[in-house]
Design a protein around this ligand. Structure first.
Ligand code: TMP
Ligand code: ASP
Length: 235
């Protein structure tokens, strides 16, 4: 399958059309941004890590009964995926307080939550991706009630599957962000990526941060950490 035309360039990936309207090719870049693109940099070979890791995890999620866009890895950085229309929502699940949850609600990072908390952000860089509740999503017509119910159900399942998987690799799944899309027939599937860019992962033994917070917060050993996460995921 060949790339035909660049459809979209995001902060971390490019998306291309193919000669099949139902299929796209995504190409992962090494570019890294944080804080709504205010901080910019590159993480060497991040594209390779994120592409490979995402595909391993999407295969696992698919096996667990949540449909995904994953079709076939084409190369180090490129994957054939099902073409979807993305819901303009970041779906975040938090198991342990960190990041914006900690700053917003005044809870120390590392505080376990009584139950997993799902939140939505509106994917609007120009607005700083504002937090939304279900009513806001419905009022703006971003999804229907039935679609939201499916998204919530799938997101919690993804949390269960990934939580157990990462724990087996010596990593605690603190929180993560996923995105869903719709096929032309309306079927909802998991899209975008799952990687150290989109998850917070802490080493079970040391609580060391093994994710993009190393870049966001200038903690050093960024490339090494991405490689280490991939090595563990592959084991
Ligand atoms: P937050 O605490 O900054 O809201 O992040 C929650 C999770 O979502 C964390 O695992 C990082 C991920 N995330 C993204 O994937 N993209 C983003 O733009 C942001 C802000 C967070
Ligand atoms: N990817 C987001 C951005 O650029 C933020 C983040 O992951 O922290 O701005």
């Amino acid at each position: 399958m060949e790339k035909v035309k660049e459809l979209y360039e995001g902060k971390a990936k490019k998306v291309y059309t193919t000669d099949d309207p139902e299929l796209y090719i995504v190409s992962y870049k090494d570019d890294a941004t944080a804080f709504d693109g205010q901080k910019k940099g590159t993480i060497a070979d991040k594209g390779i890590v994120n592409n490979t890791m995402s595909n391993i995890i999407f295969a696992l999620i698919e096996e667990a009964g949540v449909p995904t866009h994953f079709v076939k890895q084409l190369s180090d950085r490129e994957t054939l995926v099902k073409a979807v229309t993305i819901f303009p929502l970041e779906v975040i699940i938090r198991n342990v307080a960190a990041g914006h949850f900690s700053s917003r609600y005044g809870v120390d990072e590392g505080t376990p939550l009584a139950r997993p908390a799902l939140e939505f952000s509106y994917k609007r860089d120009d607005l700083g991706d504002p937090l939304m509740n279900d009513d806001h999503v419905l009022a703006l017509g971003l999804a229907t009630e039935a679609e939201l119910a499916t998204v919530r159900k799938y997101a919690h399942k993804v949390n269960e599957v990934m939580g157990a998987f990462f724990l087996d690799k010596g990593l605690k799944l603190i929180d993560f962000k996923i995105e869903f899309g719709k096929l032309s027939d309306g079927t909802i599937i998991l899209a975008d990526e799952v990687s150290p860019d989109t998850c917070r992962l802490w080493d079970v033994e040391t609580n060391e941060k093994m994710d993009k917070d190393r870049f966001r917060r200038d903690l050093g050993k960024v490339e090494e950490t991405y490689q280490e996460v991939l090595n563990r995921v592959k084991k």
